[in-house]
Design a protein. Structure first.
Length: 428
């Protein structure tokens, strides 16, 4: 039986995790904030601002969102879009060669009935491509020719005939759900994106704009030596371990949605075993965690003096079970929950203070009135003395979002104390 390693407390594992994610000291510059977050998950919800901007704000403070746009989709880009697990994300260009094995796996997955839908590509693409191959042979090649001749294009602009499926048409596979009931051009171009033949050249009103990969990404990235699949998987788990600081196998490479990088269980165990043998991962026992945990060999336990509002999609907290254990904070996103069933609000950001999550802050940017709105504010049961720091952070966010005022329709003693703190004159 493998050694389980020394035991560490939840408090120590929490500090290690926060330090690994770039919290605990002065605000970072944008590049360093991106590097320490590791991955910026993309999401279409814009009630406050797009989700990928928020982890950088949490670590860098009042930075230019245009700067992140340039790094993501501009001529001097340092990031590219692909899938982190099955979720759309911005990743450093240095990881592009590590994704090539996944691009080939995506191509195989469309035709191999035995491969897991979590392996490489959204299940909607798998199902849609199997249907398109039977119903419209040669259609994908048509789409690729249009992108080649006319790109960059949106999926709708790439449609050769503008034939559109109706919302009332039966879904060919109910497991995809109505939200994945894509038009044929979207399915085809997402398949080409999954396999690396096209990539995301930019965003137009947040809609993806596609072009040939060789016209978008730098030549030195495309021509970089390609690691083997085993080498790529080892490096990706290194990246995950470095970003998490301390984690179980499930958190490093388990099922998509729970891990930084999903792998089949047997493959994940093998790669982790190799990194343990090399001394890069150190087995540890975390208080209260039944599963074996692993600490990145360079991860440090330092005092954490953090102050940040966290996106629901921040890498620190996107694994809700891990968040519950590290912070004793049960957190679920409520944007898909019917309004009468919401407890803490619609778009709720945890407030990190020190090494604890002190409150849940429901936030909305009312752009018509240039107001940062706080509909709901819920302190944690044991939290105290956080109102002044939260007021500072909310004012920083309002300035960052170019909002002129802050409104607190939330009620209760904490909300009233926050309103008083925000009403005091600001230091020049």
């Amino acid at each position: 039986m493998a050694a389980v390693g020394d035991g560490i407390s939840v408090a120590e594992s929490r500090r290690v995790a926060l330090g690994a994610q770039g919290f605990g000291g002065a605000r970072r510059d944008v590049r360093r904030a991106i590097r320490q977050a590791g991955v910026l998950q993309l999401d279409s919800v814009n009630v406050l601002c797009r989700s990928h901007y928020l982890p950088v704000f949490s670590r860098a403070g009042n930075y230019s969102r245009a700067r992140l746009d340039e790094l993501s989709w501009g001529a001097s880009r340092e990031l590219f879009e692909y899938f982190w697990g099955h979720k759309a994300a911005l990743l450093p260009l240095t990881t592009y060669p590590l994704m090539r094995w996944r691009m080939r796996a995506a191509e195989r997955q469309v035709w191999d009935q035995e491969l897991s839908p979590d392996l490489a590509v959204p299940w909607s693409v798998v199902v849609g491509m199997r249907r398109l191959t039977a119903e419209r042979p040669g259609y994908v090649d048509q789409i690729l020719r249009i992108v080649t001749e006319q790109g960059p294009l949106t999926a709708g602009e790439a449609s050769p005939d503008d034939v559109r499926r109706k919302r009332s048409d039966p879904d060919p596979d109910p497991t995809t759900g109505k939200m994945w009931n894509w038009q044929d051009a979207k399915i085809a171009i997402e398949y080409l994106f999954s396999t690396g033949r096209v990539t995301i050249a930019g965003r137009r009103h947040f809609e993806r704009v596609y072009d040939l990969t060789e016209r978008v990404l730098p030549a030195d990235v495309l021509n970089a030596p390609e690691p083997t699949a085993d080498e790529a998987r080892r490096e990706l788990i290194r990246i995950a371990a470095r970003g998490l600081g301390i984690a179980t196998q499930k958190e490093l490479c388990g099922a998509s949605g729970q891990a930084h990088f999903p792998l089949p269980a047997a493959t994940g165990r093998e790669v982790i075993g190799e990194l343990v043998e090399a001394g890069e991962l150190i087995p540890v026992r975390v208080e209260g965690v039944k599963q074996q945990a692993y600490r990145w060999h360079e991860a440090k336990d330092r005092p954490i003096d953090a102050q940040a509002l966290l996106s629901p999609f921040d890498p620190l907290i996107w694994n809700r079970d891990r968040t519950h254990h590290l912070f004793d904070f049960f957190y679920r996103i409520s944007i898909y929950t019917p309004a009468p069933q919401r407890i803490h609000g619609y778009y709720v950001l945890p407030f990190l203070l020190g090494d604890q999550l002190a409150a849940r802050v429901d936030l909305k940017a009312d752009r018509q009135t240039s107001t940062l709105v706080i509909p709901t504010l819920t302190p944690e049961p044991d939290a105290s003395d956080f109102v002044e720091q939260l007021a500072t952070e909310l004012q920083l966010m309002a300035d960052w979002l170019d909002l002129e005022r802050i409104a607190i329709p939330a009620d209760g003693p904490t909300a009233r104390a926050l309103a008083r703190a925000l009403s005091r004159p600001r230091a020049k």
